[in-house]
Design a protein around this ligand. Structure first.
Ligand code: UDP
Ligand code: MG
Length: 149
C-alpha cells in the first residue's frame, strides 16, 4: 500500500469543496490516515514548493497557498499516488477532463483547488514535511470489500 499527500488549497476551502473532495477519495476506496486544517506560513509554503522556486509563477503560488486555511491530508491505498493525480486532473484546469476535481471545479491554473503528490518519492517528502508527528495507523473493516488482498 502506498500513501500520498493531498491538500485542499485555500480556494477549495473558501468555495466549500472540502466535503466533496474528501468524499471522492473516500468513495473510491482510499483510506484517510491524517488530516489537519491549517494556515501555513510563507516559509513553509516555500519549502513545500521548493522545486518550483525558479518558476515565474512561484511568488504568486506562495501568496495563493498562504492566503487562507488549507486541508492537509494523507490518503493510503493501492497506487494512490498516480490514481490520486488522475482523480485531481491536469494542472491546467482547461486541460483537466470532466469528472476530475479540477475538470469539474476549476478554471484557472493559479486557482486549481487541490494539490496531490506527483510521485511516491515526493509523497514521502511531503508527508514528512506536513505530518512530522506521523499518521494514524488503522485498517478499514471494508478492506476486503474493496481490495482483493
Ligand atoms: N501553477 C501556476 N502556474 C503555472 C503552473 C503551475 O500557478 O503555470 C501553480 C498551480 O497552482 C499548480 C502549482 O503551481 O497546481 C504547482 O505546479 P505543478 O507543476 O507542481 O502542478 P501540480 O503538481 O499541482 O499539478
Ligand atoms: Mg506538483
Amino acid at each position: 500500500m502506498e500513501s500520498t499527500f493531498i491538500m485542499i488549497k485555500p480556494d477549495g476551502v473558501q468555495r466549500g469543496l472540502i466535503g466533496e473532495i474528501i468524499s471522492r477519495f473516500e468513495k473510491k476506496g482510499f483510506y484517510l490516515k491524517a488530516m489537519k486544517f491549517i494556515t501555513v506560513e510563507r516559509s513553509f509554503a516555500e519549502k513545500h514548493y521548493a522545486d518550483l522556486a525558479t518558476k515565474p509563477f512561484f511568488g504568486g503560488l506562495v501568496e495563493y497557498i498562504i492566503s487562507g486555511p488549507v486541508v492537509a491530508m494523507v490518503w493510503e491505498g493501492k497506487d494512490v499516488v498516480a490514481t490520486g493525480r488522475r482523480i485531481i486532473g491536469a494542472t491546467r484546469p482547461w486541460e483537466a477532463l470532466p469528472g476530475t476535481i479540477r475538470g469539474d471545479y476549476a478554471v484557472e491554473v493559479g486557482r486549481n483547488v487541490i494539490h496531490g503528490s506527483d510521485a511516491v518519492e515526493s509523497a514521502h517528502k511531503e508527508i514528512a514535511l506536513w505530518f512530522p508527528e506521523g499518521v494514524s495507523e488503522w485498517k478499514s473493516q471494508m478492506h476486503p470489500w474493496i481490495y482483493e488482498v
